[in-house]
Design a protein around this ligand. Sequence first.
Ligand code: C2E
Ligand code: MG
Ligand code: MG
Ligand code: MG
Length: 291
Amino acid sequence: EAKREGKDRYRVFDFGMSRTAHDRLRLENDLRRAVGRDELRLYYQPVVRLGDGRVVAFEALLRWEHPRRGILLPDRFVPLAEETGMIVGIGRRVLELACSRAAGWRRQEPSLAVSVNISARQLVRPDFVEEVGRILQRTGLEPEGLVLEVTESAAMDEPGEAARALQRLRERGVRLALDDFGTGYSSLSYLRRLPVCFLKIDRSFVEGLGGDSGSGVLVGGVIALSRELGFEPVAEGIETPGQLERLLELGCELGQGYYFASPMPEGAAGELVRSGARLGAGSTLLAARRR
Ligand code: C2E
Ligand code: MG
Ligand code: MG
Ligand code: MG
């Protein structure tokens, strides 16, 4: 009996393994062709001023319109792209698309920025800073129209290299955001030296807000720390009016989340810009608070 069970288990395990390896290889081959076939798309999620719902930026989020699998989210293929180095070419394309779109939006709303996620693999390449410069020039986007988002862990990967690249980007006028803050282990003395403008508070902290858990204290601490370091806090993953209310009370002025808007195709983002770049939710809540 035990032997039988063991045998079955082995078979299931083996099947699982080969499927995974096979799937991975296939995904890798598909991804190599995806760029040339124009299957990669950017969706854009508004980053808003929490007090009045004004859109201050759009975060570009990568989607893969796979011919058989449908729309794939980044966690399905970005890690693979990073491991294989394909993220360098993909990331360049992402920057070009996002900068070119933002240059157009800014003709309508000159204060809008686009926020682009960058992998450690891109950041530490010796030619990355020049590449960003070339893309800005080609697309006609002013440097202050671009925010580059680097996760806390990417900034820590090769701290010296990363810090130098970030410094040079900042000198060119590009703004920087530290993404998913609170999930890594950066030392405060290292963070203090980074020329970062925004600190994005990870969704896992915002999640508990509005309930009666202790995360109000935690988020309040992160906001205070952010200001202490000279970074503007941005809350990620705001889904409920309760969370928004608490963030406003805690003095957080910027954020994004499904409560305001989900990531949207570029056409819808363009519509939003043309109609005045403002989302209703924040202003309604603010009006209610004043009563
Ligand atoms: P991120 O930069 O932290 O992006 C925020 C993620 O939270 C996005 O997931 C967004 O769709 C999701 N989100 C936004 N508001 C809410 C909300 O209210 N509730 C919940 N549950 N989720 C919300 P997405 O688009 O799946 O992207 C996941 C991650 O993939 C991003 O996390 C970023 O690290 C990475 N990524 C996305 N695009 C790129 C890219 O072009 N290059 C690189 N290197 N990484 C990218
Ligand atoms: Mg991000
Ligand atoms: Mg984030
Ligand atoms: Mg996050």
